[in-house]
Design a protein around this ligand. Structure first.
Ligand code: SF4
Ligand code: SF4
Length: 458
């Protein structure tokens, strides 16, 4: 057969000919669509699903691929689409973000989908809604408890009260409530010349260190709720350490970082506090301050979740100038050199079982404590692996999630018990609760150990 015998009957028409055809408007009015970067980049590899600690222990949880891109696609094409309530079983650990090779903004999708579920589908008269709202607004309960800390500590851990809270509100009675400090961090900061003297102390320390006393070294401390109401010793260690390195510290007005609110779909509450935080921190950023957090979930929130979810003026600047405390000192000071010449004695001369919080992992900070303390005399730090602690803030406090939370934490408990020493270390206050709950160990923050090595030892 010759080539000419292949002559086709087909006659191409004009490009885009519309004769007899209705053009299909695939995307309609683009304004109506949520076309955030990466939203449609999922190619169903399932890497996110295999990294999800909830899916690993709960066969009923459909996993991050379903919660993220699959539900997102349905919301784009079906006006009547109802969000699947399983989105409330995502703990917002954000491990799936790291696992995705395609840049799909999974946790952002979970946050917005969960917000939509709570806004449009969850009954505002349900016990679950009010239980979640109270847990998400921990700062409000902690504020009142901190007015009568001794009474609150006794009352909240009184057996019948815990039983009642479980039966009426669905807050597990299996956990002990963390103790409220008798003096909050902010009360301490406002008294004893702590705030007033920071500039002068920093200047003296710059002189002691042989630095220019007029050098412009200054940071704004975002302490979050827990260091303020429960563990002011962490906040005090942070102040003392930064002043030791010659930084003037200011403590601006602030609300909750929003972490527990995102996890519970309370986006209006998160927006309210984020607006306060961005407003006060962006003023300071404009004046040359960097924002420092001692909690890795707070730094995660300011750096990633705010720019993903909010558009207040200054949000991007605050995100770009926010750091976790140890990370900041590693970048700007010879922290490793200082640690290598120091030693720790006394109660913090310990062998620590270190757990890297999921949110530290997301910021690339999961190895920093282990690497830093390797050279520190008097202290041994053993990494207990990359599993999730399972508590994920408010998640493990819900009666119906308690077993899942403990099943996720099991691997971490085993590795802690297999490590040398019986003291834990982590940067996240709720991971610390879970570590203590699962092993009975006392848990310390890396800043406390650094202060003992570098400040107390000088
Ligand atoms: S944020 Fe954590 S719990 Fe939620 S879907 Fe992703 S990996 Fe699973
Ligand atoms: S890891 Fe990313 S690309 Fe793979 S299934 Fe999950 S969302 Fe899709």
């Amino acid at each position: 057969m010759s080539d000419t015998e292949h002559t086709s009957e087909f006659e191409p028409g004009e490009p885009n000919a519309t004769d007899g055809h209705e053009a299909v408007d695939v995307f309609g009015d683009a304004e109506e669509f949520d076309l955030r970067p990466g939203a449609d980049s999922c190619y169903k590899c399932s890497s996110c699903d295999t990294s999800c600690p909830v899916a690993e222990v709960d066969d009923d949880f459909p996993g991050p691929k379903f919660q993220g891109p699959e539900q997102w696609r349905l919301t784009q094409t079906d006006e009547d689409f109802e969000v699947d309530e399983s989105v409330m079983s995502c703990s917002n650990c954000m491990r799936c973000d790291d696992a995705c090779p395609s840049g799909v903004p999974l946790s952002q999708m979970h946050n917005t989908t969960r917000g939509r579920y709570v806004d449009e589908q969850m009954s505002k008269f349900s016990v679950e809604y009010w239980r979640n709202r109270i847990l998400a607004n921990y700062r409000t309960s902690a504020f009142f408890a901190s007015k009568v800390p001794r009474l609150a500590n006794v009352a909240m851990n009184f057996g019948p009260a815990r039983w009642l809270m479980e039966k009426t509100m669905g807050i597990t009675s299996q956990r002990e409530f963390p103790a409220f400090a008798t003096e909050t961090f902010r009360e301490w900061w406002a008294s004893e010349g702590a705030a007033a003297g920071s500039r002068e102390r920093a200047r003296e320390n710059r002189e002691r260190r042989g630095e220019d006393p007029d050098a412009d070294k200054k940071v704004a401390y975002f302490h979050g709720c827990y260091a303020n109401y429960n563990t002011p010793e962490v906040g005090k260690a942070m102040i003392s350490l930064f002043e030791h390195f010659g930084y003037e510290v200011v403590v601006p007005e602030q609300g909750c970082s929003g972490t527990p609110m995102f996890a519970n779909g309370m986006l209006d509450d998160a927006r309210r506090d984020a607006e306060v935080n961005v407003s006060s921190l962006s003023d300071l950023v404009d004046r040359g301050y960097d924002a420092i957090c001692s909690c890795t979930s707070c730094s995660m929130s300011l750096r990633q979740e705010y720019p993903e979810l909010f558009d207040f003026e200054g949000t991007a600047d605050v995100a770009a100038h926010t750091y976790e405390a140890v990370e900041y000192l590693r970048i700007h000071e010879d922290l490793s050199g200082a640690v290598a010449e120091a030693d720790v004695a006394g109660e913090l001369a310990e062998e620590f079982a270190y757990h890297a919080p999921c949110h530290a992992r997301n910021q690339g900070l999961d190895r920093q404590a282990v690497e830093l303390f390797r050279e520190l005399d008097g202290v041994d730090v053993e990494d207990v692996g990359d599993s999730c602690s399972g508590i994920s803030g408010t998640y493990g406090w819900k009666e119906e999630k308690y077993d899942t939370s403990m099943a996720i934490g099991e691997e971490m408990f085993e590795h802690m018990e297999g490590a040398e020493g019986e003291t834990g270390m982590t940067e996240c206050p709720t991971c610390a609760m879970q570590m203590e709950h699962g092993t009975g160990y006392e848990i310390r923050h890396p800043l406390e150990v650094l202060e003992a090595a570098l400040v107390d030892g000088t």
